[in-house]
Design a binder for this molecule. Structure first.
Ligand code: COA
Length: 334
């Protein structure tokens, strides 16, 4: 009989492009000002992949390469690669298969999932389930998005918010009492009209008309998303705590999706968590969609100690949202 294992994060990697788009740059592009952007969103700058020869798969590959180096692993040791993205290189083929080819992950099967800003959260639980089943020993989960490819830089409602980046974690089995504990996920398809890229899929294929109507860019109803995000993240964090008999004081770190500092602050406050236990890097990267949580893990990993209880929480297009409870373990060292 195969006993169930716990799935723990044992490796971390990340990548953000060097090119910085700051608030003063945006002031020259649309009718906005830095003070408004900082006070309404907390964002000071974002990273933009401005080399036309590069795409989401390149950022994901850089993040996975960083992970392999940090963990002291060879590409052929990886069993599975899951990439959460809503900006794949191509519509018909997974970005993960391109990354396998670029890095020589010759023994891995690979696929993408799309749950927009909740993508990494969902992919992390799916990857952990593969490890828990004992079928796969080394699973890499990536969140990667090149939002600059789907942003209209004439639309001040969206262009100030988004940036590009990729983060990756390695999941491995352990018999120790650490790793993923539980996830509460929700999907409400009625919310889809408030945040989407209308064109480019099977419903509105690309045509000269769809391009002229700017249907290939992100559209969102910011106020609706804002309110739903605070409510959704607060409720799922509360539910995951309750069903595991934990109080908020048992949680050392909250790693929320980075969409707007006011959303992050409100969720922390609703949960009763002191600000110094809520991880924030939105001021440097903006909203990188599926990459925000793994980029936070990458940025702040040195703060996390063995046995720390943590919650990852996200809200995004779909609507899709949720909260995942875990205990931090130990990263591989070289
Ligand atoms: N610069 C200056 N003014 C701007 C602006 C900008 N970039 N964008 C909007 N405004 C203006 C609006 O036109 C509005 O003016 P009005 O009152 O004269 O009509 C005013 O600022 C307030 O707009 P509002 O939309 O209410 O602002 P807000 O405080 O809700 O902030 C968002 C807008 C987009 C930052 C905010 O709603 C948000 O972050 N929503 C969630 C987005 C999100 O998380 N999406 C990703 C998925 S999780």
């Amino acid at each position: 009989m195969r006993l169930k294992s716990n799935a723990v994060i044992t490796g971390v990697g990340g990548f953000v492009p060097d090119n910085i788009l700051n608030n003063s740059d945006l002031e020259k592009m649309v009718d906005t000002n830095s003070e408004w952007i900082v006070s309404r969103t907390g964002i000071k700058e974002r990273r933009i992949l401005n080399d036309p020869s590069l795409a989401t798969s390149d950022m994901a590959a850089y993040a996975v390469k960083d992970l392999l180096k940090n963990a002291g692993l060879e590409p052929e040791e990886i069993d599975c690669l899951i990439i959460a993205t809503s900006t794949p290189d191509h519509l018909l083929l997974s970005t993960a298969s391109i990354v396998c080819d670029k890095l020589g992950l010759v023994n891995a099967w690979a696929t993408d999932i799309n749950a927009a800003c909740s993508g990494f959260l969902y992919a992390y639980t799916m990857g952990a389930s593969l490890v828990e089943s004992n079928r796969y020993k080394k699973v890499i989960v990536v969140g990667a998005d090149q939002n600059s490819a789907i942003i209209n830089y004439e639309d001040r409602n969206t262009c100030i918010l988004f940036g590009d980046g990729a983060g990756a974690v390695l999941l491995e089995p352990t018999t120790e009492d650490v790793g993923l504990i539980d996830s509460v996920f929700k999907t409400e398809g009625k919310g889809r009209e408030h945040l989407l890229v209308p064109g480019g899929g099977s419903k509105i294929p690309a045509t000269p008309d769809s391009v002229a109507q700017k249907l290939h860019y992100i559209r969102q109803d910011g106020r609706v998303v804002f309110k739903a995000a605070i409510k959704g993240m607060t409720e799922t964090c509360t539910e995951v705590l309750k069903r595991n008999d934990l109080e908020i004081n048992d949680i050392k770190w909250l790693i929320p999706h980075q969409a707007n500092y006011r959303i992050i602050h409100a969720v922390g406050e609703n949960l009763g968590l002191p600000e110094d236990r809520v991880k924030v890097n939105i001021e440097r990267y903006g909203n990188t969609t599926a990459a925000t949580i793994p980029l936070c893990i990458w940025d702040f990993k040195d703060d996390f100690k063995y046995n720390d209880n943590m919650i990852f929480t996200a809200f995004g297009a779909g609507f899709s949202w949720g909260a995942t409870l875990l205990k931090w373990g130990k990263l591989r060292t070289v």
